[in-house]
Write a protein that binds this ligand. Structure first.
Ligand SMILES: [Zn+2]
Length: 298
């Protein structure tokens, strides 16, 4: 059995429920990628990114049966920050990479349950004909427009899906600004949400601070990341945590994640990243500080 699952269900969830009950002031933002039967046997369950359509349907049915309200990222954050959300019973679904299987497999299930989502597009891979990202088909602009008109929030996931941490801030700014402009032009509607591609470098505080400034300056209001956990009152809107979900989330683990009982994993994860930054990655970005933002990072 997976250790993270064992600790979550055997230790953390019983303590959470005994101390405060399942409802608390938090907003779970679920992170999905592909809704497909993609085999990922060689990948550890934590890092898998495919959710089988049957499992996704099971997740959505569970949300509905247990009274969860599914809202877009911008609605969820606006309500949560104003204190008007139904704490513990609102959830946000996010889908990275602009994959076409969102349109063909996830969207019909969401529509059946009257649920919505936020989808993040890497715009260089979105065309008038289906492009490909890491071997998987991406949605087209006309499909993105149809989703947008059906109430699905469309956000940015950069232009080229680069490792932003390895770029200078001028290039980072271009990735954020250009993708936003293209989506707004294609859909005729403002884009306020951004999803950070690849692992978010939480341990590098100066990068995180400077990156947040770029997110704000390029006109976004929200940025979701791979940092793990539910959103809590007072959290920074430019480095929002999410809960990774895939085919290995059976109903018990899925429910525990929604209740905030998986958030504990962020502590060892963050400690490991700090250790890695200190001993393995030091100086990694030193050559990227050539633009005007660089001086403030040293
Ligand atoms: Zn991505």
């Amino acid at each position: 059995m997976r250790l993270d699952r064992l600790i979550t269900l055997g230790l953390v969830q019983p303590i959470h429920r005994a101390v405060s009950g399942p409802r608390r002031a938090q907003l779970p933002i679920l992170m999905y990628h592909s809704i497909s039967d993609g085999a990922e046997d060689a990948v550890s369950p934590y890092y898998r990114t495919a959710t089988r359509p049957a499992v996704f349907a099971q997740h959505m049915a569970l949300l509905r049966a247990e009274g969860y309200r599914v809202v877009s990222l911008q609605t969820g954050l606006r309500e949560f920050r104003s204190g008007s959300s139904d704490n513990g019973k609102t959830v946000v679904l996010t889908f990275d990479d602009g994959l076409r299987d969102f349109y063909t497999s996830a969207f019909p299930i969401l529509r059946e349950h009257g649920q919505t989502a936020s989808v993040f597009l890497p715009t260089a891979f979105i065309g008038d004909q289906p492009g490909h990202f890491k071997g998987q088909e991406c949605m087209t602009w006309s499909e993105a427009r149809e989703l947008h008109e059906a109430g699905i929030e469309i956000g940015s996931h950069t232009v080229n899906h680069p490792r932003l941490y390895e770029l200078g801030f001028a290039d980072i700014r271009a990735e954020l600004a250009n993708s936003k402009a293209v989506i707004e032009d294609r859909l005729g509607s403002a884009v306020v949400s951004f999803a950070y591609p690849y692992a978010f470098p939480v341990a590098d505080r100066s990068f995180v601070r400077a990156f947040g400034d770029v997110v704000a300056q390029t006109g976004y209001r929200y940025c979701v990341t791979t940092a793990l956990g539910c959103v809590k009152p007072g959290d920074d809107a430019y480095r929002l945590k999410r809960l990774p979900v895939n085919s290995s989330d059976d109903p018990a683990l899925f429910r525990a994640k929604l209740e905030g009982c998986y958030d504990w994993l962020e502590i060892p994860q963050r400690a490991f990243k700090r250790w890695k930054l200190r001993f393995l990655d030091s100086g990694r970005r030193s050559n990227s500080f050539s633009d005007s933002m660089g001086a403030s990072l040293n």
